[in-house]
Ligand binder design. Sequence first.
Ligand code: BG6
Length: 488
Amino acid sequence: MAQAGISCDIVVFGGTGDLAMRKLLPALYYLHRDGHLHPDTRILALARAQHSLESYGKLVKRHVSQHVARGDFDVVHWEQFAKRLDYLSLDVSQRVAFPRLTKVLSPGTGRVRVFYLATMPGLFAATVQHLSSVGLVDEHARVVLEKPLGESLETANEINDRIGKVFDETRVFRIDHYLGKEAVQNLLALRFGNALFEPLWRNAHIDHVQISVLESVGVENRGDYYDRAGAMRDMVQNHLLQLLCLVAMEAPVHFEPEAVRNEKLKILEALRPITGMDVQDRTVRGQYGAGQHAGERMPAYYFEKKVDHDSNTETFVALKTEVDNWRWAGVPFYLRTGKCMAQRKSEIVIQFKPVPHRLFPRSGDNPENNRLIISLQPDEGIRLSLMAKSPGRGMGLQNVDLNLDFAAAFTRRRWDAYERLLLDVIEGDATLFMRRDEIEAAWRWVDPIIEGWGDFYRSPKPYAAGSWGPDAADSLLERLGHSWLDPR
Ligand code: BG6
């Protein structure tokens, strides 16, 4: 078998954090187990906590075994994987600590180095400056930045400017893990790998689009971060806007970083701004109160750990926007995300226009529209709702679904988003990462909404945990005769 991958050092800042434990190290374990890491690839975790290599190894083992699928963790692979691991206790805010890192990484060897910053964005700039000052940034070094990058256009620019002084843009990998999901890449395959939908994929045939990313869990242990971010910065600015881009963008000429990112950028720039008083009309912000989910009582958001008791942070956002270009003019795009919702569900609904002239009698209340539903989570699939003749007398029509279930169609294990993205970073492929100008365009659109909330919409609307969000989110669609496609 050919030797796998590129020999490299993967350096994880925030090596004891939630992201490293739940996502990055399990993903690296899978890449190792499945032969995608070069035999010489090393993983160096850094954090402030004091650990011996042995105690860190135990910690990682516990988490990896919990976070990979049952049956995928085995001792033989683990022991080989553990040999790649190293740990260094280091305070990244202290420049004096970095020469110790140099000793471990020995610069000047021409080895690819991936610096993964799984820390607070406030530490990004200082970390890369310190790396550079000890000679660890050369043309083989890459940096991976977690979202959200900054809290506004201004703060994102400050971070990007400082990072740009050390790493040129081609070596900055801004991650949005939604782009690493198989189901999200399937959206590209559906649109650009099939001739079928393209002629219909436009305002002449599409009535509206719904993009929902709903979670049934609350803020869990991340109250301190979340209370400063809220759903707009945590989800809409990145994951939802990226999904919108993939739905709305033109076909890129190549599946290569600049071609794909140029097309996404055009969509972000064409988003109709929501400013001033419009924020009241076209956005809904909510916050969960106490409620129930699957028979379990759930606390109100403001009683969650590390959340301010008077918090006005939104845990739910719904909004209506439009993409002001030739293809999409006049088509509402509804975006919605929330925590503590009735169901975990991420899906994109493409609602087509009705037939121009009705020939057959309506049967029951069925709307006579075709609908394409792309399910991203928890199940991955595509459903196309068609009209068919009801059995029996007459020509009454009813909806029937053409159903494609990816779990049934592909028996191979589905990769986690971080596996795919980590491998892309090692190989230097930035196609599924965000370019600086995309981040800027996204903040440019989001900032006025957050400002408008401060001026005109300070208190989020309450909704019960375990529900479908505030009633106002339904009214947002009802005004145009639309409704969310929820099983209520
Ligand atoms: C993260 C957000 O980016 O995405 C979290 O910070 C959210 O708040 C998570 O829970 C959702 O990701 P996924 O892959 O579980 O849908």
